[in-house]
Design a protein around this ligand. Structure first.
Ligand code: CAA
Ligand code: FAD
Length: 386
C-alpha cells in the first residue's frame, strides 16, 4: 500500500505498530481472505495471529498481558487490518474498543484480574446491546435481569452480535427494573459456559467471515460480582463506549476505502484500451483524485476524533462525523473502484467487489447514518439555538 499523506504527528511507537500490522495483514491474513469470505468463517489461525501479535488488548495494561498502547494505535490497527479484510478488522475492533475498553474503564480490580488476562491471551469478547425490537432505539431493550440471592437471572434475546460464534466473554445489557425505563439498564459480564445460547448465525451481504448471531438467554444465572459498573448505569456505559467505538468503525471504513483503491488503481495503469493505459485518461484520473481527497478527508476526521479522545477533550460530535463521512466515502470509493477495473472488478477474483459488499455495514452498525446525523444535529442545535 502506498502511504497517504495525512497526519504527520504519529509517534514512533504508533508507526511501528502500523508497520507490524501491515506486515501481518499481508503475510497471514491476505492469503485467507477469499476463502474466509466464501466459507463465512473466521480462520482460527488468523485469530491466533491477532492474539500473538498483541492486537487483542492494545490499550490494556501490561500487567494483564496487554500491549499498553494508545487509542490511536487501536485506530491504526483497525485501519490496517481493514485494508486487507474488514471482517478481521471488525473482530479486532469490537474486542478492543467495545469489550476491553469497558473492562479498562468500568471493571473492579478483581474483574480486571480475572478477565483481562483471558481477553488478551485467547478469549474473544462480544458486546450485546441490540435486540430484535431495539436497534437504533437501543435503550428500549427488553432483556430482563431479575434479582435473586447473590446474583441475577437473565432472560431475553440479543440480536446481531458480532464475534458471538467465537466469543467466550459476553457483555450483556439487561434491565433490572423496566419501570425505571433506561435507568434500569445494567451491564453484566457473562461467561459463555454460564448458558449463552447461539440461536442463529446470520448470512450476510458483507463482512461474511465476521460472525453475527442471535443469542438467547434462558434463565442464565450471573453472580453479583458479574455486574459491570453500577446497577442502573449500563446505559451510560453503552453510549460512552459507543461514542468512542464509532471512531473505530470510521477507521475500518477508511482502511476499506484504501484497500479498494489500492487494488483497482494499479490495474488501470496496466490495462490498455484505445492504445494507452486506461488510468491515463483524464476521466479516470479525476475520479482517482476525487476519491483520494475523500479518503484523506475521512482520515483526518477520524484521526482528529481519536486525538481529541486521547486528550480528554469532547469528541462525541467529531466521532459521529468521522463515522458518518467515512462510511459514506467507503461505499462510494469501493463502488467506483469496481467500475475502474471494468468487468474484472465485478468478479470475485480481484476482491474489489468484496470491499464494496463490506462497506455497506459502515452505515448501519454502531449507530446508523441517521443516528450519527441526529447526534451531530443535536450539537448544532445546542450551539445555534440560543
Ligand atoms: N453520548 C452521551 N450520552 C448520550 C448520547 C451520546 N451520544 N446520546 C444519548 N445520551 C444519553 C442522554 O444524555 C441521556 O442520559 P441522561 O438521562 O443521563 O441525561 C440518555 O442517553 C438518553 O438520551 P436520549 O433520550 O436523548 O436518547 P435516546 O433514547 O433517544 O437514544 C441512543 C439514545 C440509544 C444512545 C441512540 O442515540 C443511539 O445511539 N442509537 C444507536 C445504538 C447503537 O449505536 N447501537 C450499537 C450497538 S453495538 C454495535 O453495533 C457493534 C458493532 O456493530 C460492531
Ligand atoms: P433500525 O433501528 O430498525 O433502523 C432502520 C432504519 O430506520 C435505519 O435506516 C435507521 O437509520 C432509521 N431510523 C431509526 N430510528 C431513526 C430516527 N430516530 N431518526 C431517523 N431515522 C431512524 N449490535 C450489538 O449490540 N452488538 C454487536 O456486536 C452488533 N454487531 C452488528 C453486526 C452487524 C453485521 C449488524 C448488521 C448489526 C450489528 N449490531 C450489533 C446491531 C446494530 O448496531 C444495529 O443493526 C443498528 O444499531 C441499527 O438497528 P436496526 O438494525 O434495528 O435498525
Amino acid at each position: 500500500f502506498r502511504p497517504f499523506s495525512s497526519l504527520s504527528s504519529l509517534s514512533a511507537d504508533e508507526i511501528m505498530l502500523q508497520d507490524s500490522v501491515r506486515k501481518l495483514a499481508q503475510s497471514a491474513i491476505s492469503p485467507k481472505v477469499r476463502e474466509m469470505d466464501e466459507s463465512e468463517h473466521m480462520s482460527n489461525d488468523v485469530i491466533s495471529h491477532l492474539f500473538n501479535q498483541g492486537l487483542m488488548g492494545i490499550e490494556v495494561d501490561s500487567q494483564f498481558n496487554g500491549s499498553e498502547s494508545s487509542f490511536m494505535s487501536v485506530i491504526l490497527a483497525i485501519e490496517e487490518l481493514a485494508k486487507v479484510d474488514p471482517s478481521v478488522s471488525v473482530l479486532c475492533d469490537v474486542h478492543n474498543t467495545l469489550v476491553c475498553t469497558v473492562f479498562n474503564k468500568y471493571a473492579t480490580d478483581p474483574q480486571k484480574e480475572l478477565y483481562l488476562p483471558q481477553l488478551t491471551t485467547d478469549k474473544i469478547g462480544s458486546f450485546c446491546l441490540s435486540e430484535p425490537a431495539s436497534g437504533s432505539d437501543a435503550f428500549a431493550l427488553q432483556t430482563k435481569a431479575t434479582k435473586t440471592d447473590n446474583g441475577y437471572i437473565l432472560n431475553g434475546t440479543k440480536m446481531w452480535i458480532t464475534n458471538a460464534a467465537e466469543a467466550q466473554v459476553f457483555l450483556v445489557f439487561a434491565n433490572v427494573d423496566p419501570s425505571l425505563g433506561y435507568k434500569g439498564i445494567t451491564c453484566f459480564i457473562v461467561d459463555k459456559d454460564q448458558g449463552v445460547q447461539i440461536a442463529k448465525k446470520e448470512q450476510k451481504l458483507g463482512i461474511r467471515a465476521s460472525s453475527t448471531c442471535v443469542l438467547n438467554f434462558d434463565d442464565v444465572f450471573v453472580r453479583d460480582d458479574q455486574v459491570m459498573g453500577q446497577v442502573g448505569k449500563g446505559y451510560k456505559i453503552a453510549i460512552d463506549i459507543l461514542n468512542e467505538g464509532r471512531i473505530g468503525i470510521a477507521a475500518q471504513m477508511i482502511g476499506l476505502a484504501q484497500g479498494a483503491f489500492a487494488k483497482a488503481v494499479p490495474y488501470t495503469y496496466q490495462r490498455k484500451q484505445f492504445g494507452k493505459a486506461v488510468g491515463e485518461f483524464q476521466g479516470m484520473q479525476f475520479a482517482f483524485a476525487d476519491a483520494h481527497t475523500q479518503i484523506e478527508a475521512a482520515k483526518l476526521l477520524t484521526y482528529n476524533a481519536a486525538r481529541l479522545k486521547e486528550e480528554g477533550k469532547p469528541f462525541t460530535k467529531e466521532a459521529a462525523m468521522a463515522k458518518y463521512y467515512a462510511s459514506r466515502i467507503a461505499q462510494a470509493v469501493s463502488g467506483d473502484a469496481i467500475e475502474w477495473a471494468g468487468g474484472v472488478g465485478f468478479t470475485r477474483e480481484t476482491g474489489i467487489e468484496k470491499f464494496w459488499r463490506d462497506s455497506k455495514i459502515g452505515a448501519i452498525y454502531e449507530g446508523t447514518t441517521n443516528i450519527q446525523l441526529a447526534t451531530i444535529a443535536k450539537f448544532i442545535q445546542r450551539e445555534y439555538s440560543d
